[in-house]
Design a protein around this ligand. Structure first.
Ligand code: AMP
Ligand code: FES
Ligand code: ZN
Length: 340
């Protein structure tokens, strides 16, 4: 099925084996009381030294997202484009933004990974259908002429970083094409803390300075970027999905096995297990101590495709040129988004 520029919703979620899952939480003793309302607690949040009933957990979770949203300069009546992969984080982000009353539109990029990409798109379509939310789908292969597995076969670099670069550029382009100003992603507390640790270990100062839950636009063709879930952990998101009946695609991308980002997250999980609250302290202490990020000023414009870049040619055009030179089947010469 060609999902390039497909609008709409799907009637139901065709589950593939047991891959689309509803998460189950750990049991608490029957005597445990909700920290907020004193009714029976069923959800333990050691990092907050709190136990909650389901209703108060939903309150707690939404309040954390609202707290994040208040830090971002988003106008109450503007539509936020939400980048949805079909996983727990981005679907939860979309759900909470809708529940908090924000206007949203989803965008899903089909990466062309057999099995995984179809299941991802089904999860997005089913979620949008259930909540009557608008969304658009784009296919990486239809836009660039190569699917992610095609690219993986042709380049030596780790596919996750190449894929991330392509997704970032296409999401920027789609936001502008949709006439919108702000794009939200599902990055959570674990992602942000893991990334910070990785950047510190490798002393990547440029990346560290740019790491933020909010990034202003640095170019007329770049949207503002927000991460509404940066204050909630992956476990809290799983619980939120279970409580709110959000069916998401479980499991990482099959091409991402061995990515070093998982190891930094694992290291933080180990510390969190021994000292609950460590992940939040680590990330928030860093974010609180630094000035708000400024728009990067040294952005140029790619002379080949017109997209923002450092220097004169963007990394996507550089990659595409290299792919076209490589032996293989003939591909499209341009990387424009095909007309509707
Ligand atoms: P990842 O880099 O895969 O951890 O994804 C980070 C965020 O990027 C997700 O939470 C989504 O908001 C967004 N994202 C990842 N993959 C896709 C996709 N295929 N389509 C749309 N958004 C995506
Ligand atoms: Fe991009 Fe897996 S999601 S390589
Ligand atoms: Zn370019």
């Amino acid at each position: 099925m060609d999902v390039n520029e497909r609008e709409g919703t799907a009637p139901g979620l065709a589950s593939r084996g047991n891959r689309i899952m509803l998460h189950e939480s750990r049991p608490l003793p029957e005597t445990a009381k909700c920290t907020r309302c004193r009714k029976r607690a069923v959800i333990a949040l050691p990092s907050h030294h709190a136990n909650f009933c389901e209703e108060c957990f939903v309150f707690f979770f939404r309040r954390a997202v609202l707290r994040a949203m208040k830090k971002f300069p988003v106008k109450a009546d503007e539509t936020i484009l939400v980048a949805v992969s079909g996983g727990k984080d981005s679907l939860a982000a979309w759900a909470v933004l809708q529940d908090l009353g924000y206007r949203t539109k989803g965008v899903h990029l089909n990466l062309g990974i057999p099995g995984f990409s179809e299941a991802s798109e089904e999860a997005v379509a089913a979620f949008a259908g259930k909540r009557n939310l608008p969304w658009v789908g784009y296919s990486i292969e239809a836009v660039f002429g190569y699917s992610i597995p095609d690219i993986r076969r042709r380049v030596r670099r780790p596919i996750c970083s190449v894929c991330g670069m392509i997704k970032r550029q296409l999401l920027n382009r789609v936001t502008i094409r949709e006439g919108l100003r702000v794009i939200a992603t599902g990055h959570n507390l674990d992602d942000e803390a893991g990334r910070l640790l990785g950047n510190l270990v490798r002393n990547r100062r440029d990346y560290i300075e740019k790491q933020s839950p909010y990034l202003p636009s640095a170019h007329p063709r770049l949207p503002e970027k927000i991460k509404p879930l940066y204050r909630v952990s992956a476990d809290e998101i799983r619980t939120y999905c279970r409580v709110r009946g959000i069916a998401y695609l479980e499991g990482a991308c099959p091409l991402s096995r061995g990515a070093t980002s998982h190891m930094f997250k694992d290291a933080l999980d180990m510390l969190e297990g021994k000292m609950p609250g460590t992940k939040r302290d680590f990330l928030f202490a860093y974010l609180d101590a630094r000035p708000a990020p400024k728009a990067v000023e040294d952005f140029g414009t790619c002379e080949q495709c017109g997209e923002p870049c450092y220097g004169t040619r963007c990394s996507v055009c550089t990659l595409l040129d290299r792919l076209r030179e490589a032996p293989g089947r003939e591909k499209r010469r341009d990387a424009s988004i095909p007309p509707e």
